[in-house]
Design a protein around this ligand. Structure first.
Ligand code: PEP
Length: 257
């Protein structure tokens, strides 16, 4: 069984104080159910770098995992503005989002750079959450599968089988991120199924089936249940709705009685 993963991407939101406050509110919602939740799902938050230390403290004794929104591929050196895996690990960061569409499109990170970041994260035993997704124009031109699978292959080329057991993939159609236009469960499942086939080809069936594939793009408490019911949707990468404890907690409980 693949444990579901619900990951909150805070993007460039929440100061250390605000992050601490959100974690307290989230724990008030989730801690009492932590045993039931842990049976089949994991919860993760990915704050901005400067908010990570405060959130790390606020998470003491909690099963909520801590992630970062990017990572450099070298451990240290002359890379102004970057943060390394060993630095993140000092604060208990275990997961890192790599290749988010905002990194690809606003900051022009290309497949090569993303593959290097992925390899760096794996080398430091961190779990990468590799994001892939097509633009609206690419979808309208029937290019979705080609674009998504090319981004995936470029990332997988940096993911050696024997060291990538925990890799996570997030399918995030660019046209659905922050727009309120979520993919239908069928649109998402179709792409997730193609990603699953590519993962089995790369890793072999057993390991390919272990990789979790998250959906991201305007996930809310109102649409998560039908998305999570799809066979290849193993959780969600959530932006806006992860900034409020109540809505994120509701998403985390998706599909539970
Ligand atoms: C994201 O940040 O990855 C995301 C999917 O954002 P939103 O949920 O706000 O669309």
């Amino acid at each position: 069984m693949r444990k579901k993963l619900f990951a909150g991407n805070w993007k460039m939101n929440l100061t250390p104080l605000e992050g601490r406050t959100l974690i307290a509110a989230l724990r008030a919602q989730l801690d009492r159910d932590s045993a039931a939740l842990a049976a089949d799902r994991e919860v993760l938050v990915a704050p901005p770098f400067v908010t990570i230390p405060a959130v790390s403290q606020a998470l003491a004794g909690s099963s909520i995992l801590l992630g970062a929104q990017n990572v450099h591929f070298e451990s240290k050196g002359a890379f102004t503005g970057e943060v390394s895996a060993p630095m993140l690990k000092c604060f208990g960061v275990t997961h890192v989002i790599i290749g988010h569409s905002e990194r690809r499109h606003i900051f022009k990170e290309d497949d090569d750079l993303i593959a290097k970041r992925l390899a760096g994260a794996i080398a430091h035993q961190m779990t990468p959450i590799l994001c892939v997704g097509e633009t609206l124009e690419q979808r309208q031109q029937g290019e979705t599968m080609r674009v998504v699978l090319a981004q995936l292959q470029a990332g997988l080329a940096a993911a050696p089988t024997e060291r990538s057991a925990h890799l996570v993939v997030a399918y995030e159609p660019v046209w659905a991120i922050g727009t309120g236009h979520t993919a239908t469960p069928q649109q998402a499942q179709e792409v997730h199924a193609a990603i699953r086939v590519a993962l089995r080809d790369h890793f072999g069936k057993e390991q390919g089936d272990r990789v979790r594939i998250l959906y991201g793009g305007s996930v809310t408490p109102d649409n998560i249940d039908s998305l999570i019911a799809q066979p290849d949707i193993d959780g969600a990468l959530v932006g806006g709705a992860s900034l409020k404890a109540e809505s994120f907690a509701r998403i985390v409980r998706a599909g539970m009685a």
